[in-house]
Design a protein around this ligand. Structure first.
Ligand SMILES: Cc1cc2nc3c(=O)[nH]c(=O)nc-3n(C[C@H](O)[C@H](O)[C@H](O)COP(=O)(O)OP(=O)(O)OC[C@H]3O[C@@H](n4cnc5c(N)ncnc54)[C@H](O)[C@@H]3O)c2cc1C
Length: 381
């Protein structure tokens, strides 16, 4: 692999690869079928510090950098997109928490998050508010020392297994962006109802649930950031959350490419391995070109985040869009390389193709990314 990773990054990659080889690979297909959340793997991730990788040592975390988090997500996605999605969405919630939390909130929650078994979720999407996030309707109304919250969210990754939700509400729907206000909501809060798990095409072992808020009372101390400044939190964390999705897409594509190469080397037709046919080897070469380009951009951005540059939204959109479209193409071609076998669940490529599709939708669809990129072009040139 072409890289300029430091020793710590290499160790992280080796550690996750071993974990995946020993434990995750054999569970991935199984839990994809049953759609069960793999608590055994969850426990393994807790023990290996995958949920507190970026939390400071003071609170029990590993205090590793953003590049390490991307490596974790990439390596998990290579064998199971669902596990990668679970870890990546916890990181997305964490980004907003770290950006918005005041010192009191950090002192309250970081020791729990630092334990490594306390998940943070990101709850924005509603049944009638997806790409048009400013139109969200979940309403927060102040009553004395509390906010009363009514409404509902959908498609929330890790819904039901999350301990602390970063919940986006509005204090006044007419204000659209200026009304958006974030709160920290603990899972036991009365009035929080966790709904059904979506029966999904991919990421099947990663729970995606509805949340309903029925006169849910949240103390005013749980306001995250300021009233009407919720969107600023989203903007601050956008680079990190989108590049994480790009890393997930990269891992899925790498996994599919490796499967296709190994298969093409051993599968014989017309008396020779099919990799000898230019029609196949060129498909593999095209996969490699796309995967390497995505990796170069993703880790360049990760390194820049680690250097303290965070508002790289244009490039984050380019990376998310390119990597997820690339993963869709690479996984589809990998199924083609495996022919009929690729279309069956005997091989992992059909699952990878289903998982790749989600990366074109989550953290802003690729249409929304292209709108952002086009706006960036108008400003830049
Ligand atoms: C597996 C999974 C996990 C998720 N996890 C979370 C989570 O943890 N938290 C959370 O808050 N959300 C989550 N989501 C929701 C996700 O962010 C939304 O699905 C996404 O933002 C799109 O919203 P939508 O589904 O309502 O589609 P819509 O916004 O209704 O879009 C439908 C189609 O119209 C297109 N479109 C919309 N507007 C435009 C436009 N202006 N120009 C061109 N095309 C447009 C879209 O690109 C899309 O193709 C998750 C979704 C999935 C599938």
């Amino acid at each position: 692999m072409l890289d300029n990773f430091n020793e710590e990054h290499k160790l992280v990659r080796e550690m996750i690869q071993k974990l995946c080889r020993d434990k995750v690979v054999r569970r991935a297909a199984e839990v994809d079928k049953t759609e069960e959340y793999p608590w055994d793997l969850h426990q393994l991730f807790v023990e290996n510090g995958l949920f507190n990788i970026r939390v400071s040592e003071k609170y029990g975390g590993a205090e590793m950098d953003y590049t390490s988090a991307c490596i974790v997500v990439e390596e998990l996605a290579k064998v199971d997109g669902a596990c990668a999605n679970t870890v990546a969405h916890h990181q997305a919630g964490m980004c907003c928490f770290m950006d918005g939390a005041n010192e009191v909130q950090k002192e309250k929650y970081l020791p729990k998050i630092g334990r490594g078994d306390y998940l943070v979720g990101f709850a924005m999407t509603e049944p009638n508010s997806g790409s048009d996030a400013f139109s969200l309707k979940t309403r927060a109304t102040m009553e004395g020392e509390e906010y009363v919250i009514n409404g509902g969210k959908c498609f929330i990754s890790n819904g039901g297994i999350t301990d602390l939700y970063v919940l986006f509400t509005t204090v006044n729907p007419a204000q659209r962006r200026e009304g958006i206000t974030a709160f920290l909501v603990e899972k036991e809060t009365p009035g929080l109802i966790v709904g059904k798990n979506e029966n999904k095409m991919g990421f099947r072992a990663s729970p995606t649930r509805e949340l309903t808020f029925d006169n849910m009372r949240v103390p005013k101390e749980n306001l995250l950031g300021k009233i009407g400044k919720g969107w600023e939190l989203v903007l601050q964390s956008l680079t990190e959350t989108r590049v994480l999705v790009a890393a997930m897409a990269l891992g899925i594509a790498q996994g599919a490419m490796e499967t296709a190469i190994l298969y093409a080397k051993q599968r014989e037709q017309f008396g020779q391995p099919i990799i000898n046919f230019q029609g196949i080897s060129f498909m593999l070469a095209d996969m490699a070109i796309q995967v390497e380009c995505a990796r170069a951009l993703i880790y360049k951005l990760a390194a820049m985040v680690d250097q303290g540059k965070r508002k790289l939204h244009y490039y984050a959109s380019v990376a998310k869009c390119f990597a997820s479209d690339m993963a869709m193409k690479v996984t589809t071609d990998a199924v083609q390389v495996l022919g009929g076998y690729g279309y069956t669940s005997e091989f992992p490529v059909e699952k990878m193709m289903r998982d790749a599709k989600a990366t074109q939708i989550i953290e802003g669809t690729n249409q929304i990314q292209r709108i952002q990129i086009a706006k960036g072009l108008i400003k830049m040139y």
